[in-house]
Design a protein around this ligand. Structure first.
Ligand code: PGA
Length: 255
């Protein structure tokens, strides 16, 4: 049984005062017993104050990126030990904006994921195809390559989350249909079974991301291989993020 994870990727949004009011709204509205893990991923400079703001709440915190080295002459970068010191427990690696806007490639992402898990944190590794690739029927080839480049059995399965984010659905208002998403999620789980084994593959969460909103979350979360969401825009509005968390909670089968 995989506990759903709803992760908010705040991207380059929110000043400290905006972030404080967002988290206050989340803490006030969150049902701590809802059976869903909740994660916020603020910009680096917000990590220390947000750790304080979520102390004594079930909300977890992650970073949006990390450098692969522990330290060194890398102006403008932040390392995994620096992130860990803030209290963050997870790091998003290979988000499509990192790949497509900042040019991060498979070999670098491979090192980043290993840096995250060596530092004791969990890597949320993102894969996903562009619209052109989907229309050319290459979705599975693309995500298979992105997985092969980075995920190996040396990455501890309990420190790995996969996020399937079709690039054409991110920030566009276009969402993959639940069936389109489920098909890719099932394919990714099959690949995890090849890399690890079938039992281990069943324990690894695969999140869907790309224009997840309160109105489409329930249908997506109802799919058997969708174990949560990586939410961008809607994670910046407490009521919307809470509604997505509630949709994920409602999809958890009663035990
Ligand atoms: P979106 O972003 O929900 O705004 O589409 C998702 C993401 O980029 O992780």
């Amino acid at each position: 049984m995989r506990t759903p994870l709803i992760a908010g990727n705040w991207k380059m949004h929110d000043t400290l005062s905006e972030a404080r009011s967002l988290v206050t709204g989340l803490v006030e509205g969150l049902d701590a017993a809802c059976g869903v893990e909740v994660l916020i991923c603020p910009a680096f400079q917000l990590l220390f104050p947000m750790a304080k703001a979520i102390a004594d709440t079930p909300i977890q915190m992650g970073a949006q990126n990390a450098h692969e080295a522990t330290h060194g002459a890398f102006t403008g970068e932040v390392s995994v030990p620096m992130i860990a010191e803030t209290g963050a427990t997870q790091v998003i690696i290979g988000h499509s904006e990192r790949r497509h806007v900042f040019g991060e490639k498979g070999d670098q992402l491979n090192k980043k994921v290993r840096a995250v898990v060596s530092g004791g944190l969990t890597a949320i590794y993102c894969v996903g195809e562009t619209l052109e690739e989907r229309e050319a029927g290459k979705t599975k080839d693309v995500v298979r390559r992105q997985m092969d480049e980075v995920v190996g059995s040396d990455v501890p399965a309990d420190k790995l989350v996969i996020a399937y984010e079709p690039v054409w659905a991110i920030g566009t208002g276009k969402t993959a249909t639940p069936q389109q998403a489920q098909e890719v999620h099932a394919f990714l789980r099959g690949q995890l079974a090849e890399i690890y084994d079938a039992t281990t593959a069943e324990t690894i969460r695969i999140l869907y991301g790309g224009s997840v909103k309160p109105g489409n979350a329930a249908d997506l979360m109802g799919q058997s291989d969708i174990d949560g969401a990586l939410v961008g825009g809607a994670s910046l509005v407490a009521a919307d993020f809470l509604a997505i968390i509630a949709a994920a909670a409602a999809a958890v089968p009663a035990s």
